[in-house]
Every structure is written in C-alpha cells, then in structure tokens.
Ligand binder design. Structure first.
Ligand code: 5GP
Length: 187
C-alpha cells in the first residue's frame, strides 16, 4: 500500500499499484498552470472557473487558490462513466452551472480527458451561452482520443491506465489520495 498519508488510508479500496505523479510534481505543475492562467487573463476581468464534478474538485480548489486574477467558481456535473471504470455510453448533463455565464470568460476545469467526448460535450454546451470558453485539464490520456478537443492548459499526458487520486476515483473511492496512482480495476 502506497498511501503514505494515514489520513488517506480510509479512502483506499484497492492497492494503488504505482504512483504515477507524485504530490510534489502535481503541486509544482498546478502552480505553473496558475501562473500561466493568471498571466493570460490579466486584463480580462472576472474569470468564471467551471469545475467538472466530481473529479475536478481538488484540482479546482488548488488551482483557483493560486490565481492572482479575479475569479468565481461554478460547478457542472455530467455522467459519462458508471461505477468503476465501465463506460455508460453517451454524455448526459446531471447538473448545470447556477450562475449567469452569458458573455463571460469561462475556463472549464476537468480532471481527466480520456476519449474527449465529455469535454467536447461541455465545450458545445457552454459555448451555446456565448462566452469565451477555454479548457484546462489535469491529465490527458493522449492515446485514447476519439474526438479532438482543444486543451488550452494541460497538467500531464499519461498512459492508458486507470488512474486514481487527487480527485479521481475508482468506484467513488481513492479520491483523496494526494498523488495520482495507477490501479487495475477489478471489473
Ligand atoms: P472521456 O469523455 O474523455 O472519455 O472521459 C472523461 C471522464 O471519464 C472523466 O471525467 C472521468 O470521469 C472518466 N475517466 C476516464 N479515465 C479515467 C481514469 O483513468 N480514472 C478515473 N478516475 N476516471 C476516468
């Protein structure tokens, strides 16, 4: 078991086989992304950060707290995968943003881009409100892309493995691990 932090052990269902991205590397990259985003939006007024539930909640929390520009937080929830790692097919909107995003600068904050269908759906949906939309993802499985989506900010490219931690789950567990690790789903 690689969950070094005893506070996290109660959230671990299955042995994390390998640490793929360490806590230190994640924190360093999040700081870099925050610097870049702050610079890019320096004179753009308020940025609406739309976190994609549930997986992006930790990334969004860390990223948003390091920005030096005015920002507000919104959440959106979609369903594309069922319990565990099995895909449930089409992307479905579960919860829309609550605030008014008409004409605003919006940054979609995603945990992971796999096939790209979820992000493609979200970009289309948010674009229909007419704002200037950009995208930010913590990790991307580059080899798994089925549709092309423009990513403006990316933390890491990763191999085609099931990853957990730093917000990412396996069957709702392992989200609070401070690092990103690889597990082999049982189903
Ligand atoms: P996509 O639509 O790009 O295929 O998938 C995006 C969604 O699939 C993510 O938001 C996430 O919920 C789920 N997903 C894809 N790969 C992984 C993975 O390795 N680990 C976890 N925890 N979720 C994943």
């Amino acid at each position: 078991m690689l969950a070094a932090n005893p506070l996290c052990e109660a959230d671990v269902t299955q042995e994390v086989l390998k640490v793929l991205i360490s806590e230190a590397d994640i924190q360093a990259r999040v700081a870099e992304l925050a610097r870049q985003i702050s610079k890019d939006y320096e004179n753009s007024g308020e940025l609406v950060m739309v976190g994609v539930l549930k997986g992006a909640f930790i990334f969004l929390a860390d990223l948003s707290r390091q920005l030096t520009i005015p920002r507000v937080i919104e959440f959106i929830a979609v369903s594309s995968y069922g319990r565990g790692s099995r895909s449930s097919g089409a992307v479905r909107l579960v919860m829309d943003v609550r605030g008014n995003i008409e004409g605003k600068h919006v940054l979609i904050v995603e945990d992971i881009v796999d096939t790209g269908h979820t992000l493609e759906y979200l970009i289309g949906m948010i674009n229909s409100h007419g704002p200037a939309v950009k995208t930010c993802a913590l990790v991307r499985k580059a080899d798994c892309a089925e549709v092309h989506v423009d990513l403006d900010y990316l933390g890491f490219d990763i191999p085609n493995e099931w990853v957990v931690g730093y917000g990412l789950d396996y069957a709702e567990k392992n989200r609070t691990l401070p690092y990103i690790g690889i597990i082999t789903p049982a189903d």
